[in-house]
Ligand binder design. Structure first.
Ligand code: PRP
Length: 205
């Protein structure tokens, strides 16, 4: 088991280009770590063992549909749904106020909303950092009359997401977990020492 976890961790480190700096993230937090999640999509075959492991981790939850937030999370969720022979839906970002904490709002397109109602849903994302995308996707799933029964991701960064009240009732399963620090803007240590803030195009830290 430890070997499997180490292998997953190594694969993720290889697939994710990590940058150190000072970044404004979609969740509104400031962070020192930025991952290039798009780079992970470049070689679909390299991701296959991670897709299989993530799919296996969902088998205990009697899931009836898989939902992922666009873009990267939904592409991964689609592969997990295919592997588990389950229906798939994506959630799309419909609102976002840069710099405001947890301002991103996701919703399911209407066609999916009707189909998913009443089902037990796994929310799948590539990476969970502050939990902004999965929290809002869970809210969108609930608004469609379905029940999020598990949240799954390849990687969890730090513990900020674990403090989100709306995630407290839903089990979280991830293949790897890396330490990470996020700051609310007024408490950011990097702002204090004058490191210029970069605003990537809606990227996770
Ligand atoms: O836990 P959070 O703080 O929400 O961070 C994680 C989210 O950030 C990334 O998406 P990104 O905003 O880069 O969107 P993309 O998939 O469209 O590139 C990632 O795919 C997650 O959805």
């Amino acid at each position: 088991m430890r070997d499997t976890i180490a292998l997953m961790d190594d694969t993720l480190r290889e697939l994710l280009a990590a940058r150190d700096g000072h970044f404004l993230l979609e969740s509104g937090h400031h962070g020192h770590l930025l991952l290039d999640l798009d780079a992970m999509l470049w070689r679909p075959a390299a991701l296959e063992p991670l897709v299989l492991a993530l799919s296996d981790s969902l088998t205990a939850y009697n899931v009836e549909a898989v939902v992922g937030p666009l873009v990267g999370g939904a592409l991964l969720a689609y592969r997990v749904a295919e592997r588990l022979a389950l229906p798939f839906a994506y959630a799309e970002r419909v609102a976002y106020a840069p710099g405001q904490l947890y301002s991103a709002r996701y919703r399911l397109p209407q066609a999916f909303s009707a189909l998913i109602s009443g089902r037990r849903v796994a929310i799948v994302d590539d990476v969970i950092n502050a939990g902004s995308a999965v929290c809002s996707t869970a809210a969108a799933v609930r608004a469609s009359g379905a029940e999020p029964v598990v949240i799954a991701a390849l990687l969890q960064l730090g513990e900020t997401a674990l403090r989100q009240q709306s995630l407290a009732s839903v089990p979280l399963t991830t293949l790897a977990s890396w330490p990470n620090t996020l700051w609310e803007p007024q408490e950011c240590r990097l702002c204090t020492v004058g490191v210029p803030l970069e605003q990537p195009i809606l990227s996770c830290g």
